[in-house]
Design a protein around this ligand. Structure first.
Ligand SMILES: CC(=O)N[C@H]1[C@@H](OP(=O)(O)OP(=O)(O)OC[C@H]2O[C@@H](n3ccc(=O)[nH]c3=O)[C@H](O)[C@@H]2O)O[C@H](CO)[C@@H](O)[C@@H]1O[C@H](C)C(=O)N[C@@H](C)C(=O)N[C@H](CCC(=O)O)C(=O)O
Ligand SMILES: Nc1ncnc2c1ncn2[C@@H]1O[C@H](COP(=O)(O)OP(=O)(O)OP(=O)(O)O)[C@@H](O)[C@H]1O
Ligand SMILES: N[C@H](CCC[C@H](N)C(=O)O)C(=O)O
Ligand SMILES: [Mg+2]
Length: 490
């Protein structure tokens, strides 16, 4: 596509380009990945400034550059006020506005996004709606898997893969939309049909600074559903009625609001919830009837995730009976309340709870069916919200018989310091401290008696541990299995 044609996506003048109008073959924000004919965007980041790499981009073949600041390079430069916004709008246009011709669902909230996106994909695929997935565990469609660095990738990657999915005749895409992504405009230009809200509890205050800012960032998904109601392309907001933020989000959108919940009256409501170690039963109550549901997923929080998924798919025309059949078959999402079985006489659960709220939910769920001690292994990630650390440690100690505080992904922080931040929440309380996560898991396994439950929290599906800037192989599930084998000399 010609540069001048692409610029139609922006309300900018192209007079100063005079006769220069190169053909643009690809879009990129990383100079190291630029190839011949690329349009390179200079993004001012949190670590460095993309303008510093404009020359390298040109050396690598960039045909033109989008920049905010003056540049002295030998290819045409288009100056804009906000290169990030330009990236989102141009990407949408360059890749043929794929989101407009697919059913795109966005899921936001502190916890449950990955789970809800996976559940929706299962329900839709079972109903023969080919569905693509974008989120923490990568991008997936048909038999394709593309790893990601971010839960919600940068806008040009979102649009690039939406187009690939559309070309492969994917009908629907369900995407996790993180608050970082909303704030940074990674999904601007994305035409969502349904916006889903799971819940809002404390996380990411390193980035958003206040809960109010965090709440506001998430609201952008709902304001993005449109300012006027579009009869040809009806949209909907699917909100958790039991979360206080819903009171605000319902006013942020012109789209019809549908609600789900357990406590308050809702369009999709769960009653009579029974939780066991093997699954959960409840009654789904809707305007059209009551439906018994018996599923493998465990916990009240899982009921919320299922309600959100059922309601979103119901709005896309899938029959409730059919959806329930799928939900009853779903085994769960890797690393979310995943049990590790190596023949041991106690239970080991690996869960991705990395916030105080998710940890509380996991432990309260375990308490519902625990017959023995609850042993929790927990750490907090480095280069992330420091204020959640003491709260997470307290949450664990308050709800467990034994807690082993350990490292998560320390990243560039000193692991000892991260543990000190956690310990501030559990002064004068009993716990064990073991910096080495492998040793901490082994210790938990050694200390467990028959019928006890070990919760290994924080890293779920992750198959690595980031120490400094290096990613080492590490999988809580494999380490737990090793430890069990070692204990029983197998
Ligand atoms: C804080 C944050 O959001 N950072 C994101 C941001 O990186 P950054 O601003 O640090 O980038 P930078 O290193 O300063 O580089 C600036 C520019 O220079 C360019 N550059 C840099 C070096 C070079 O040699 N050449 C070059 O062109 C870079 O490509 C970039 O365009 O832009 C990058 C590219 O899009 C992201 O990958 C990166 O996410 C990092 C990995 C990250 O950790 N993000 C987390 C906080 C995050 O976004 N998490 C949410 C999930 C949260 C949740 O819900 O739990 C997510 O959606 O993933
Ligand atoms: N609806 C929910 N409410 C509270 N906690 C939940 C809910 N769903 C899942 N959890 C907890 O949060 C953990 C993470 O779940 P999930 O990966 O689905 O969330 P996420 O929002 O995708 O997280 P991330 O922000 O890391 O992408 C789970 O392991 C579980 O402990
Ligand atoms: N999406 C979350 C994941 C946290 C997972 C935890 N293991 C950690 O590393 O802190 C984040 O980037 O904050
Ligand atoms: Mg996720």
């Amino acid at each position: 596509m010609k540069l001048k044609t692409l610029l139609k996506a922006l309300s900018t003048h192209d007079d100063y380009l005079q006769n220069e109008d190169p053909e643009i073959l690809e879009l990129e924000i990383d100079s190291r990945l630029v190839t011949k004919g690329t349009l390179f965007f200079c993004i001012k980041g949190y670590q460095t400034d993309g303008h510093n790499y404009a020359k390298q981009a040109v050396e690598n073949g960039a045909a033109a550059i989008i920049a905010e600041d003056d540049l002295d390079v030998e290819v045409p430069v288009v100056y804009v006020n906000d290169a990030h916004l330009a990236l989102a709008m141009i990407s949408d246009y360059f890749y043929g506005q794929p989101s407009r011709s697919m059913n795109v669902m966005g899921v936001t909230g502190t916890n449950g996004k990955t789970t809800v996106t996976h559940l929706i994909r299962s329900i839709q695929e079972e109903a023969n709606v080919s569905t693509g997935l974008i989120g923490t565990m990568g991008m997936k469609y048909k038999d394709q898997f593309i790893p990601v660095n971010n839960t919600t990738p940068e806008s040009y990657l979102v649009q690039r893969y939406l187009k690939k999915m559309k070309d492969e005749e994917i009908q629907s895409v369900v995407m996790e939309v993180s608050s970082h992504a909303l704030y940074q405009g990674r999904v601007r230009g994305c035409d969502f049909d349904i916006g889903i809200f799971t819940n809002l509890t404390q996380d990411h205050l390193d980035f958003h600074k206040t809960m109010k800012d965090y709440l506001y960032a998430k609201s952008l998904l709902f304001s993005q559903l449109g300012n006027t109601y579009d009869l040809k392309h009806p949209k909907a907001a699917v909100l958790n009625i039991d979360d206080p933020a819903t009171k605000i989000y319902r006013h942020m959108t012109a789209a019809p609001v549908w609600t789900y919940g357990i406590v308050n009256h809702a369009d999709f409501r769960a009653e009579d919830i029974k939780i066991t170690a093997n699954g959960t039963e409840f009654r789904l109550v809707t305007k059209t009837g009551c439906y018994p549901v018996s599923m493998n997923l465990i916990g009240k929080f899982s009921v919320y995730n299922v309600l959100a998924s059922l309601l979103a798919c119901y709005l896309k025309g899938i029959k409730i009976d059919q959806m329930i059949k799928t939900i009853e078959k779903v085994k769960g999402v890797p690393g979310r309340f995943e049990t590790v079985n190596a023949g041991q006489p106690f239970t080991v659960i690996v869960d991705y709870s990395h916030t105080a709220d998710s940890l509380e939910n996991a432990l309260e769920t375990i308490k519902e069916f625990a017959n023995g001690k609850i042993i929790t292994v927990i750490g907090c990630g480095g280069d992330r919200d420091k204020t959640k650390r003491p709260i997470m440690a307290k949450t664990a100690v308050d709800r467990s018989d034994l807690v082993i505080l350990t490292s998560d992904n320390p990243r560039t922080e000193d692991p000892e310091k991260i543990l000190e931040d956690m310990e501030a929440g559990v002064v004068n309380r009993d716990y064990i401290k073991e910096l080495d996560r492998r040793k901490a898991i082994k210790l938990a396994v050694q200390k467990a008696d028959k019928s006890d439950i070990i919760l290994i929290a924080g890293k779920g599906h992750e198959t690595y541990q980031i120490i400094g800037t290096t990613k080492f192989d590490f999988d809580d599930r494999l380490v737990a299995k090793e430890a069990i084998k070692e204990r029983y000399n197998r």
